[in-house]
Design a protein around this ligand. Structure first.
Ligand SMILES: [Mg+2]
Length: 257
């Protein structure tokens, strides 16, 4: 099958933390040489597209920040169009707070003032955040999570907690489940990506290491999918939903084109 472009996941597909997955640099190079457009789509909301482009660059994968879509960007756009002036209580990274502020959103440090609560990946998450989250959720109208990832592949292939773990802890404490969870495979992300791809017609391949986020996203977007086994999915997992292709790492991606 000939593809016009690929939508590629990052954590567990291109790198694990600061370590590139072997073959990823050459794979991206080869895809570009074959004329495929590349978009990176990540549920990791911790960093801005600029910061991610910087990391990719340091791994020898040059990339325009405009070709990187994050769950943080999808969340920011949604809040900017639906809740532009609502006070938001955020449990998340400084990088995400910066993105909110640059979009003109209103952040509050006072939990009872918040009408919107956003939970996300936060390496400094502690008991105080949990308490504040509980207070905020007692009155807030809207509870959103940036992405569902309970774990993501950390260094040496060992999983570490992600946004979904924090959303679960805060929501569980307040006995509330989030009203919306962005990132893959949400319909908000499918729409966001659709809008981005609109000027470029053609067939896109979705590549990622997670069945529940990457492969499910691809199915919902009506695109073919390729699962890589370099991240969260191992040999013993039942492949559901079923990807069109399975490869060990992205280094083998050319074998399916
Ligand atoms: Mg991944």
């Amino acid at each position: 099958m000939e593809y016009d472009g690929a939508i590629i996941d990052l954590d567990g597909t291109i790198y694990r933390e600061y370590t590139p997955i072997p073959g990823s640099k050459t794979a991206i190079q080869s895809l570009r040489e074959r004329g495929l457009s590349i978009i990176f789509l990540t549920n990791n909301p911790e960093r801005s597209p600029d910061a991610i482009a910087h990391r990719l660059e340091s791994m020898g994968i040059p990339c325009d920040p405009g070709a990187i879509i994050t769950a943080g960007a999808v969340t920011t756009q949604y809040l900017a169009s639906h809740h532009p002036t609502d006070p938001i209580f955020l449990i998340g990274s400084d990088g995400l707070a910066d993105q909110f502020e640059r979009a003109g959103l209103t952040l509050t440090d006072e939990p009872p003032e918040a009408t919107v609560v956003v939970t996300s990946y936060d390496r400094s998450f502690d008991f105080e955040d949990l308490t504040d989250g509980l207070r905020a959720l007692q009155t807030a109208e809207l509870f959103v999570g940036t992405d569902p990832d309970r774990i993501y592949p950390g260094p040496h292939g060992k999983p570490v907690p992600g946004s979904g773990a924090i959303t679960g802890a805060v929501g569980g404490t307040a006995d509330r489940t989030p009203d919306i969870v962005f990132g893959k495979p949400s319909l908000e992300t499918v729409e966001y990506v659709d809008e981005r791809l609109e000027p470029q017609d053609g067939d896109w391949l979705v590549v990622g290491d997670s069945l529940t986020t990457d492969i499910t996203f691809g199915k919902r977007a009506g695109m073919d999918t390729a699962l890589v086994r370099s991240g969260l999915t191992d040999e013993s997992d039942t492949l559901s939903p079923t990807p069109e292709y399975v490869v060990k790492t992205i280094g083998e991606i050319l074998s399916i084109l």
